[in-house]
Design a protein around this ligand. Structure first.
Ligand SMILES: NC(=O)c1ccc[n+]([C@@H]2O[C@H](COP(=O)([O-])OP(=O)(O)OC[C@H]3O[C@@H](n4cnc5c(N)ncnc54)[C@H](O)[C@@H]3O)[C@@H](O)[C@H]2O)c1
Ligand SMILES: O=c1ccn([C@@H]2O[C@H](COP(=O)(O)OP(=O)(O)O[C@H]3O[C@H](CO)[C@@H](O)[C@H](O)[C@H]3O)[C@@H](O)[C@H]2O)c(=O)[nH]1
Length: 440
């Protein structure tokens, strides 16, 4: 099938590469010429395990192409995926201007039947707006070319994006016409696990399903973070509690890890957007989600607070090593990363910081431009040099079994603040290291 993917962020690029990998002919469009140049030169603008190889393989096979030419992209695919960003507007609602612009571009140039697929995370009612935008452009041209609009939200996780896309738990398709549903079934036929994962439903339910999934996962995390803070005060260990409740299949083990708060480009923005949609479109105050957001904002400050409690409110003259900048392991994404809050809290209190992250240091430099009190180390051991304590913010695999003797020798005081509960508290404390984790 011929597919156009509009937007080459995480979702656009992963979708484009994966659809090409199962034999489709894919053209990826972006309005950012710098991104398209990187892709045309054989690079990729993001870090995602396995993606570069997949892109290369499909470009070489002649199945994956890139362009900034909006007209060419509108002509190319029978299926047109809109995978542009939906960042938060000033009031927290999803900013739809990129989605609507993409829809208008399709309407401006399409000359035959198109299935237009909303893959971006968009509020309920967006498919109607996309339909109206395309119809408006067709009317301006005085043509009546047929098209369908489908909602097909994406559930991939950064760092595991290819596996999530190729072996999905479910594929949600919101659709109100048979022709489009058939196209979507054919398109996803090679992307299934051992049985049909495609769930077809009405469009509004599909749009809400995406927000519901992220909101549910964010709720589990905030719930565990609050319990972790309680466990700390009561002398319990949140990791034991996690195992104890996760073993109940009604609860399950996934997404129950307490930590230094959730970040990334999705949970914070989508929880906020759902709260906003509920308020403005339905007059409903989502009390649970307001609390989830409030708890997470507080949790992102927990590491900073622990450091201040331990070393005093004035951190002038103190220096800290920080391991992990990305919002989670296996990505270079710094959007809403907890490290940004931790670093800001330390800098505000007068400290200096040396950070190390396997892949996110370049991205981090854009977040703290010209910050003289923040430096970067070449490796995790070098970051420890002259530091008063070590703070761990991201759960990279290489941080999981470090040489604790080296850590002890390098730090001025053997203190570790672990925002991801990577180590066994008993073992580490028995080595004479002061260990402050989350909820243990
Ligand atoms: N990042 C994720 O892991 C993830 C997972 C599931 C869903 N989503 C959702 O998918 C959407 C995209 O997220 P992302 O992280 O890939 O976005 P992103 O912001 O990284 O990338 C979006 C891209 O779209 C391009 N763009 C904007 N307007 C355009 C237009 N009119 N035509 C062509 N290109 C245009 C931008 O230049 C940019 O390269 C969002 O709605 C997000 O919530 C993201
Ligand atoms: O038990 C857990 C699991 C995750 N996190 C944190 O939660 C955040 C988000 O993690 P994750 O969900 O793995 O990353 P994303 O790539 O943002 O993926 C989420 O957001 C995407 C965009 O909408 C969805 O497609 C995915 O299904 C959804 O998991 C990160 O800061 C994690 O550190 C925890 O604190 N505890």
């Amino acid at each position: 099938m011929k597919i156009t993917v509009i937007g080459t962020g995480y979702v656009g690029l992963v979708s484009g590469a994966c659809f090409a990998d199962v034999g489709n002919d894919v053209l990826c469009l972006d309005v950012d010429p710098a991104k398209i140049k990187i892709l045309e030169d054989g690079g990729i603008p993001i870090y995602e395990p396995g993606l570069q190889e997949m892109v290369k393989r499909n470009v070489a096979a002649g199945r994956l192409h890139f362009t900034t030419d909006v007209e060419k992209a509108a002509h190319f695919g029978t299926v047109q995926f809109i995978a542009v960003g939906t960042p938060p507007d000033e009031d927290g609602s999803a900013d739809m201007k990129y989605v609507i612009a993409a829809a208008r571009n399709i309407g401006k140039y399409m000359t035959d039947y198109k299935v237009v697929v909303d893959k971006s995370t968009v509020p309920v009612g967006t498919a109607d707006r996309v339909k109206a935008a395309i119809a408006d452009e067709l009317a301006k041209r005085g043509v009546n070319t047929p098209f369908s609009v489908v909602s097909n939200p994406e559930f991939l996780k950064e760092g595991a994006a290819i596996d999530d896309f190729m072996r999905p738990d479910r594929i949600v398709v919101g659709c109100d016409d048979e022709q489009a549903a058939l196209n979507m079934r054919a398109l996803y036929a090679p992307i299934q696990r051992n049985h049909d994962r495609l769930i077809v439903m009405d469009i509004r339910s599909a749009e809400l399903t995406k927000y519901a999934a992220n909101a549910m996962l964010a709720t589990r995390i905030s719930f565990m973070n609050e319990l972790a803070n309680l466990a700390e005060k009561l002398g319990a260990d949140i990791e034991n509690v996690r195992k104890g409740i996760g073993s109940d299949p009604r609860i399950g083990y996934d997404f129950l890890y307490a930590g230094a708060g959730y970040g990334g480009s999705c949970f914070p923005k989508d929880v906020q957007a759902l709260i906003k949609t509920a308020q403005t479109d339905a007059g409903i105050n989502l009390k649970v989600l307001n609390a989830v957001e409030e708890a997470n904002d507080a949790q992102k400050r927990v590491l900073g607070r622990k450091v201040l409690q331990r070393f005093g409110a004035d951190l002038k003259g103190k220096h800290f090593a920080l391991w992990g900048l990305a919002f989670k392991a296996n990505t270079d994404d710094m959007r809403k990363a907890t490290s940004r809050d931790v670093i800001q809290d330390l800098l505000d209190a007068g400290a200096t910081v040396t950070a190390y992250d396997p892949v996110a240091m370049k991205e981090a430099q854009h977040c703290f431009p010209n910050e003289a009190r923040l430096s970067y180390a070449d490796n995790q051991t070098a970051a420890l040099e002259g530091a008063d304590a070590l703070i761990i913010v991201t759960e990279w695999r290489e941080f999981r079994s470090p040489d604790f003797d080296t850590i002890k020798a390098k730090l001025k005081q053997p203190v570790i603040f672990d925002g991801r509960n990577l180590y066994d508290p008993k073992m580490i404390r028995s080595m004479g290291i002061e260990y402050q984790a989350i909820g243990r």
